[in-house]
Design a protein around this ligand. Structure first.
Ligand code: KMT
Length: 231
């Protein structure tokens, strides 16, 4: 349900950011609602991370070993065949500062990003359709997926601690395609994302009666509210 989703807001521009680990909200705050997050392709499950114990670190971690039946059901439904568990904390992750820096370099992946926050918290930043950052504050119990090809980055918050499970369908590939140092805009995964989620206004709703028209309907209402907001 929508109330379970993490809080999200539009971020101040990068050239105004002094500390990536702070909330970096506009004043007044500019919230980003759940519909807007869904329209960008984000998916979310509220999990019960408290009732089970998780290793501090396990690379890999066999998702068949899930002690949580809900996680096992998601794994089976969605075909999550690989997992690992990491603790992003200065004392628990060798090369912490380098990792934090790399996670925060804007990138895409050629597969869905699946992250289950087992403890601590952090920020996923995703680009919206206007290419502005939306900051999503994830906490313990949040399982979130980012679609293939979405521009994003991650940072710990001021607690400097995120305990996370990373899941993958098939053989994992963590190598990011960095936006500013590679031709990410022309990568097939980016093109796929743009096709699915950033359809230009002129094409929106042209074949609503066709199968799969649901997304186009969503886009139509989103574009409408966008226009209303600008009017
Ligand atoms: C990534 O790909 O950016 C990460 O794995 C970040 C750490 S998981 C919360």
């Amino acid at each position: 349900v929508d109330e379970d989703w993490p809080e999200a807001w539009h971020m101040i521009d990068d050239d105004k950011v002094e500390n990536q680990k702070c909330e970096n909200r506009f004043s007044p705050n500019r919230p980003c609602d759940v519909k807007a997050m869904r329209d960008l392709g984000l998916q979310y499950w509220k999990m019960d991370a408290d009732s089970f114990t998780w290793p501090v670190k396990s690379v890999p971690w066999d998702p068949k070993d899930s002690p949580d039946p809900r996680l096992a059901a998601l794994r089976d439904e969605r075909g999550y065949s690989y997992a690992d568990i990491i603790s992003i904390h200065p004392d628990l992750l060798p090369g912490y500062d380098t990792h934090v820096k790399n996670f925060f370099t804007e990138h895409i992946h050629d597969a869905e990003e699946i992250r289950y926050i087992l403890g601590g918290s952090g920020f996923f930043d995703v680009r919206d359709l206007q290419d502005k950052w939306v900051r999503v504050h994830v906490k313990k119990g949040d399982l979130m997926t980012l679609p293939e090809g979405i521009y994003h980055r991650f940072t710990v918050d001021e607690t400097n601690y995120t305990h996370a499970m990373r899941m993958f369908i098939g053989v994992p590939c963590w190598t990011p395609i960095n936006r500013h140092t590679e031709d990410a805009d022309n990568h097939p995964s980016r093109k796929k994302y743009v096709c699915l989620y950033c359809m230009p206004k002129e094409l929106v709703g042209q074949d609503e009666s066709a199968e799969g028209g649901d997304k186009k309907k969503q886009k139509t209402s989103e574009e409408k509210s966008d226009e209303e907001a600008k009017a």
